[in-house]
Design a protein. Structure first.
Length: 278
């Protein structure tokens, strides 16, 4: 004769549900970080990619591009910081799609866990690895001669804005990963993020673009983040008051983009995770 094990009931109060979600989410963050130990190539790629970007664009293309202020590496580094924050969606999408296709998500849904825990764990782990990648890119930038010309408070604000945007974008990666059938499909569609990062002020000023393309670039969230970083880090190419509103008020625009992404994709991701059937 066997005795059935009854799962614990979900907390009934709002405060208890929040503590439950945070505890389960913290467990999932460490689960996703430990998972990287078995995928060293995945972690190495995420950390080496920023360094390669600095070397490629700073040395190979830098001498052929003219920018305001004349120092291309000073112009480039805030753009690369922003590009790394947005391209982090690729790894999140592939990892979530792989877990979903292998039935890992179904297993989690069968357990007495908070609905928010699994997507929160993935986005939390991505924020931590993204912070490490940012530190590596900062080190590479310092090595090639880039220096911030701002107070410690502004530098910390720039780092916080970067991590916030990366965290917000990672929720979009969770949603996309739960929508695609497998990680192979994710591998095919997520490179579409690169045109979004390229049609911006990341590598070159938008002033030389055709009018229609410049309008798209100026309202691109990547351009707002790049302009905010150049402003906060004291770049010689910092945005002025003229131009599109996001470039004239880049910090505010970046915060608004982060809030919009979180407001849109957090509930969508949680709903998709809860209702998806594999």
């Amino acid at each position: 004769m066997t005795t059935a094990i009854q799962a614990p009931a979900a907390p009934s109060t709002h405060a208890a549900r929040i503590r439950w979600a945070l505890a389960d989410g913290r467990t999932m963050v460490w689960r996703d970080l430990r998972h990287l130990k078995y995928q060293p190539g995945e972690l190495a790629g995420a950390l080496i990619f920023p360094a390669l970007l600095v070397l490629l664009f700073g040395y190979v293309f830098g001498s052929a591009i003219s920018v305001p202020g004349g120092n291309y590496r000073e112009y480039l580094m805030p753009g690369l910081f922003a590009m790394t924050a947005f391209t982090g969606v690729i790894a999140t999408t592939v990892i979530v799609a792989g877990d979903a296709a292998k039935g890992v998500m179904d297993r989690f849904r069968s357990m007495p866990m908070a609905r928010l825990a699994v997507p929160f764990g993935q986005t939390g782990a991505d924020a931590l690895t993204g912070t490490l990648a940012l530190a590596i890119m900062v080190g590479c930038g310092l090595a090639v001669g880039w220096r911030p010309h701002a107070s410690a408070g502004d530098v910390m604000a720039a780092a916080g804005l970067l991590i916030l945007l990366r965290y917000a974008v990672s929720w979009a990666g969770v949603f996309i990963g739960l929508r695609v059938p497998n990680e192979e499909t994710a591998d095919q569609i997520v490179p579409l993020i690169f045109p979004i990062t390229m049609i911006s002020n990341t590598f070159v000023p938008t002033s030389g673009m055709p009018a229609w393309l410049r309008a798209i670039s100026d309202w691109n969230p990547v351009s707002a983040l790049v302009a905010a970083l150049r402003d906060l880090l004291g770049s010689s190419a910092a945005p002025g008051a003229a131009g599109a509103w996001p470039l004239a008020h880049p910090v505010m625009a970046s915060l608004m983009w982060a809030a919009l992404l979180l407001a849109l994709f957090v509930p969508l991701s949680v709903r998709r995770y809860t209702t998806a059937k594999r």
